[in-house]
Write a protein that binds this ligand. Structure first.
Ligand code: FAD
Length: 504
């Protein structure tokens, strides 16, 4: 049997120099450095980047480790702070808050999820919230930070963290990282995309540099979607019927003296506000639906909440369309970042999706004989990522008990996708969750949000009766106290940052 020869891809072309473009360049340059490929990145000097997107999830810290980027150096150069959790304020009801923390919450007992034991205890005693057993929550509540060492066995070792950062500084950082690994940067605008008779991208016509051809193209051109939409005409699935917010007002304000180690997501009459603390400033935004308030009203509302004297920039309007490209990878083009789709920033998932898009591509690396089977499997995996995140975000809204504004009342009769209805139905039964290996959010995340939004199962897992209730009660009390005590011994977030950045 003759095995066909590899026909390797030599030339990769990336269009766009925002977070997506430079993350793509960095991951490709690092992952393919032994293959001696050429990577060029074209960035239009006169088209700005979107300039938002400053909260991440722990996978971003894993990415830095994968790229061999020292955390301290990154934090120093990107105005970063640590993020342990998202605090959801006023989502279930006004004056009710809950946490979605990173890391594990409790441990399995007698082979059963910790949640089941907590639920049984809660049903009997009404004591402790589920997230009272999260190390990250104890640290966040006390404004402290601690990064457990790999393999460490301590009360706080199940905590995990992500970063808040300045998006422009991150693009600069990843740009120098990529240039050091040999990526070519072309400052120019793509004016035309030229297709071959088979419908693949043949080359690009640039305003100043003439024609540039590659074997494979990454569309990181943001909402313009210059390659995947304008040239290849790949359609877009609109998910606005499920998630009606479509606009954000972004605004920077003065830094807090002691930056919080978490993102705040504060529900508002027509949407919600984010608050992302950096070392030198705070990022804020009001995400809303234009069906329920106008951009002018939303701007005024945000400025009023922050106090005019604290604002550092003018309110800036960003519009978006929730949904996903029908095919994220089509022929010799992969769309990454906003060109591939967008889910509102409630769970800070877009940067994760950028990373996943490129890492999954590297895992499915094609040669010049592009295989449809590879592309189809890649698209299936990315679709599944998007759908799971979409359902998770909808759960934050559709379970709300708020009826104090038209926006919140509309959720009482909202369209819920079948996939989420099935997840909720299963959970309502015995507090069980679907197991989906592609789901970014682990069971603890679902438990935290469903419980935080007040959804309680109608029955309990019968297996919980195998365990000794007194023993569980004692274990819960001990665990809560140990977590609280251990967190109280750690440095404040501000002191941890100062110690890290001043260290030689
Ligand atoms: C309101 C809001 C809040 C967000 N918050 C978060 C968050 O907290 N966490 C998170 O993970 N994500 C967040 N995101 C998403 C995040 O901002 C984006 O995923 C990320 O910034 C990637 O953007 P991008 O690089 O795809 O596009 P852009 O930043 O828009 O970059 C597009 C690039 O393409 C270039 N370009 C465009 N047309 C051409 C052309 N013809 N020729 C050459 N170059 C061209 C531009 O010059 C630019 O460099 C948020 C998004 C929004 C809208």
């Amino acid at each position: 049997m003759q095995i066909p020869k590899i026909n390797p891809i030599q030339n990769y072309v990336i269009v766009g120099g925002g977070t997506a473009g430079w993350m793509t360049a960095a991951i490709l340059a690092h992952s393919l450095k032994h293959l001696k490929v050429n990577i060029s990145l074209i960035e239009a000097p006169d088209i700005p980047t979107i300039g938002v997107g400053e909260a991440t999830i722990p996978s971003f810290v894993d990415l830095l480790a994968f790229l061999r980027i020292p955390l301290k150096d990154f934090i120093k150069n990107t105005d970063s702070t640590f993020k342990l959790a998202i605090k959801f304020e006023n989502w279930r009801q006004n004056n009710h808050n809950y946490w979605h923390p990173f890391g594990k919450i409790g441990n399995q007992i007698d082979g059963l999820d910790f949640y089941q034991h907590w639920l049984n205890h809660y049903a009997q005693q009404g004591q402790f919230q589920f997230t009272d057993f999260s190390p990250a929550v104890h640290l966040a509540e006390q404004n402290r930070f601690y990064a457990p060492r790999p393999g460490e066995k301590s009360n706080l070792s199940a905590s995990a963290f992500a970063l808040h950062f300045n998006a422009a500084l991150v693009a600069d950082y990843l740009k120098s990282y990529s240039l050091n690994l040999g990526v070519t940067h072309i400052s120019d605008r793509v004016e035309q995309v030229n297709l071959s008779p088979s419908g693949t991208i043949k080359d690009l016509t640039l305003k100043q540099h003439g024609n540039l051809s590659g074997d494979f193209y990454f569309d990181c051109s943001g909402q313009a979607a210059v390659l995947i939409n304008k040239a290849l005409r790949v359609g877009y699935q609109d998910w606005q019927e499920y998630l009606p917010v479509d606009t954000a007002i972004a605004l920077q304000s003065k830094a807090h003296q002691a930056p919080r180690p978490y993102t705040r997501a504060i529900a508002q009459p027509s949407g919600w506000c984010w608050q992302i603390p950096l070392q030198s400033r705070t990022g804020n935004g009001y995400v809303f639906s234009r069906d329920f308030t106008s951009p002018e009203q939303a701007s005024d509302h945000l400025v009023e909440q922050l106090g005019e004297q604290n604002c550092l920039t003018e309110p800036r309007q960003v519009r978006f369309r929730t949904g996903k490209r029908n095919k994220i990878w089509y022929k010799n083009c992969l769309s990454v970042g906003l060109s591939s789709g967008f889910l509102e920033p409630l769970e800070s998932t877009s940067i994760h999706l950028i990373m996943k898009a490129v890492l999954n591509f590297v895992q499915s690396l094609p040669d010049k004989n592009l295989s449809e089977a590879t592309t189809n499997e890649y698209n299936r995996r990315m679709d599944s990522e998007y759908l799971n995140i979409r359902d998770f975000i909808i759960a934050h809204y559709c379970l709300s008990e708020r009826t104090d504004s038209e926006f919140w009342r509309c959720w009482q009769h909202a369209v819920i996708p079948d996939s989420l209805q099935q997840k909720l139905a299963l959970f309502k039964n015995y507090g069980r969750l679907q197991h989906n290996p592609d789901d970014l959010f682990a069971t603890d995340s679902w438990y935290a949000v469903l419980t935080g939004m007040g959804l309680m199962p109608t029955g309990q897992d019968p297996l919980v009766a195998r365990s000794n209730t007194n023993m569980i009660e004692g274990a819960l009390k001990d665990s809560y106290q140990a977590l609280h005590r251990s967190a109280a011994e750690k440095l404040s977030h501000a002191d941890y940052l100062a110690a890290l950045l001043n260290k030689q």
